[in-house]
Ligand binder design. Structure first.
Ligand SMILES: CC(C)(COP(=O)(O)OP(=O)(O)OC[C@H]1O[C@@H](n2cnc3c(N)ncnc32)[C@H](O)[C@@H]1OP(=O)(O)O)[C@@H](O)C(=O)NCCC(=O)NCCS
Length: 274
């Protein structure tokens, strides 16, 4: 455990008493946010055994940040904002393309090659190399998005800040998340998988294999699957209802790209994403 990690843990034990006057805590937290902003630390990652490792102390620093900063006014041309946190900057150096209307908070990390269409990326989020955050997509706090991922228009990736040990949403490399999908509360999409437009995924939602009819998980679409939104019949005392589920309709071979997703790659190469 690093010295910084220990200090953040100690400050976090006194979270309720923290105020903007605590300069020492501010200094420590600021150091963590700078490391997050530059991608030197991250909130969570997929470990060698495939499980998700959450670095709780990094999340604690983010929670402390909100206690340690007051509101301040920010003017951007005719726009006015009132917030505690700064926006990310220095995109040219980072090799990130940011279309007007997009904003990312300082303390999120955007890898080189990322494209932000008018969208939002919150603190603690990590977005991997060459990923596309399309128009009106939101990447919630601490969400971990892999490399070469496409979050299509209007996708909602939920933020998971509290409790500090909660597992964030994880989208692994090469995944394609269709328009208006909602993935929240630690939902996870595996490498190379395709999620059909409008799918809702969270750890309560069964993921069912259409071939076998078996429930393969709750809230986790495994690697190289094509999955869409479906419904399953449930009996309640009040009658028969249809609850949402996610249905795996196809399996891709490792490294394969779905033909409909390839089209989006072409659009991206030419920099004309919608
Ligand atoms: C998931 C997807 C890639 C599947 O494409 P596909 O492999 O060619 O599959 P098909 O279109 O043959 O559909 C297979 C079945 O799933 C159903 N299906 C497809 N997409 C679905 C969706 N989003 N939700 C629910 N069912 C869906 C089809 O109706 C079809 O049912 P059928 O077998 O009874 O005919 C595609 O439908 C999709 O949703 N693409 C995302 C589009 C998008 O968001 N673009 C972003 C632009 S910014």
């Amino acid at each position: 455990m690093s010295e910084l990690e220990t200090r953040v843990g100690n400050w976090f034990e006194h979270l309720a008493e923290m105020t903007p006057d605590n300069l020492e805590a501010r200094r420590d937290v600021e150091l963590v946010i700078t490391k997050l902003d530059d991608g030197q630390v991250r909130v969570a990652e997929v470990g060698a055994d495939g499980s998700i490792v959450v670095h709780e102390w990094v999340k604690q620093a983010i929670l402390l940040l909100f206690r340690l900063h007051g509101l301040k006014r920010m003017d951007v041309g005719p726009f006015e904002y009132l917030d505690k946190l700064e926006l990310k900057s220095d995109y040219e150096r980072r090799g990130v393309r940011v279309v007007p209307g997009a904003s990312a908070r300082r303390g999120s990390f955007l890898s080189p090659g990322v494209i932000l269409m008018p969208s939002y990326v919150n603190i603690g989020a990590w977005v991997g190399r060459d990923s596309m955050v399309d128009t009106w997509a939101t990447v919630g706090s601490c969400a971990q998005i892999g490399a070469n991922v496409h979050l299509a228009g209007g996708v909602g990736i939920g933020g998971v800040l509290e409790p500090a040990n909660a597992v964030p949403v994880v989208i692994e490399d090469d995944a394609f998340i269709g328009s208006r999908c909602m993935i929240v509360d630690g939902g996870r999409v595996g490498r190379g998988s395709v999620l059909g437009a409008g799918t809702i995924l969270n750890p309560s939602i069964p993921v069912i294999d259409a071939e076998s009819g078996e429930e393969v998980s709750r809230g986790y679409v495994p690697d190289y699957c094509v999955a869409v939104s479906a419904s399953r019949r449930r009996e309640y005392p009040g009658g028969e209802f249809f609850l949402p589920c996610v249905l795996i309709i196809k399996r891709l071979s490792e490294g394969e790209r779905h033909s409909k997703v390839k089209l989006n790659d072409i659009l991206r190469d030419h920099g004309v994403a919608t």
